[in-house]
Write a protein that binds this ligand. Structure first.
Ligand code: 5GP
Length: 203
């Protein structure tokens, strides 16, 4: 006998640091009617002001992170800006969300996304553009959380990441947050309603 079981779906959003991903993701979670759940990544970087452990990130020491890496707990993980900070998506976070029928949203960098897609080939993928590199630099400086060296490195990474944008199903230009959020929600709603999605076959 074949039964159909509702299952969730993965969403991947990437874009250069400073492209406004976090704001877009926050508003998407608050406004889109789909049952979207953020996959909270683990990181070894220090919390920024206002960030909460377990909400924004799971903040781990380098030792804890390595331990979980060796235990095979990550779907993907990497040192994102080549300056010592590690970031990773925990398998359990994603699978438990999907099992519960959620749309699990991974906000991760381009390389992480390419790795995650190997395990999540049906993910709906979005690349968020900041508008221009000048705009990106302005946003990074305005944030006032990184020094010049870090900003220069992030801009360099941004240039490289943007070369991968065509690997994503949807490219969204984030000049107006509300518009970007509504475009993403619309694409997701469309894919939720498209034939072939909504269930997995179980024998
Ligand atoms: P931030 O330190 O500004 O929060 O994030 C820096 C970068 O790390 C962003 O591009 C973000 O998308 C990426 N990132 C956050 N979590 C993960 C993760 O779990 N895996 C990977 N590969 N990148 C991540």
């Amino acid at each position: 006998m074949t039964t159909k079981t509702a299952t969730g779906r993965a969403i991947i959003i990437s874009g250069p640091s400073g492209s406004g991903k976090s704001t877009v993701v926050r508003q998407l979670l608050a406004t889109c009617s789909l049952p979207i759940e953020l996959s909270v990544s683990a990181t070894t970087r220090q919390p920024r002001q206002g960030e909460q452990n377990g909400v924004d990130y799971l903040f781990l020491s380098r030792e804890e992170f390595q331990h979980r890496q060796q235990a095979g707990d990550f779907l993907e993980c990497k040192e994102v800006f080549h300056c010592g900070d590690w970031y990773g998506t925990l398998k359990e976070t994603v699978t438990s969300g999907l099992r519960a029928g959620k749309w699990v949203l991974l906000e991760i960098d381009v390389e992480g996304a390419m790795t995650a897609l190997e395990s999540l080939p049906d993910a709906v993928t979005f690349f968020l553009h900041p508008g221009s590199l000048e705009e990106l630099e302005r946003r990074l400086r305005e944030r006032n959380t990184e020094d010049d060296d870090v900003i220069a490195r992030r801009l360099d990474v941004a240039r490289k990441e943007m070369e991968f944008s065509h690997r994503y199903q949807y490219e969204i230009i984030n000049t107006q947050v509300a518009q970007a959020v509504s475009d993403i929600c619309e694409h997701l709603t469309h894919s939720a309603n498209s034939p072939g999605f909504d269930s997995c076959e179980k024998n």
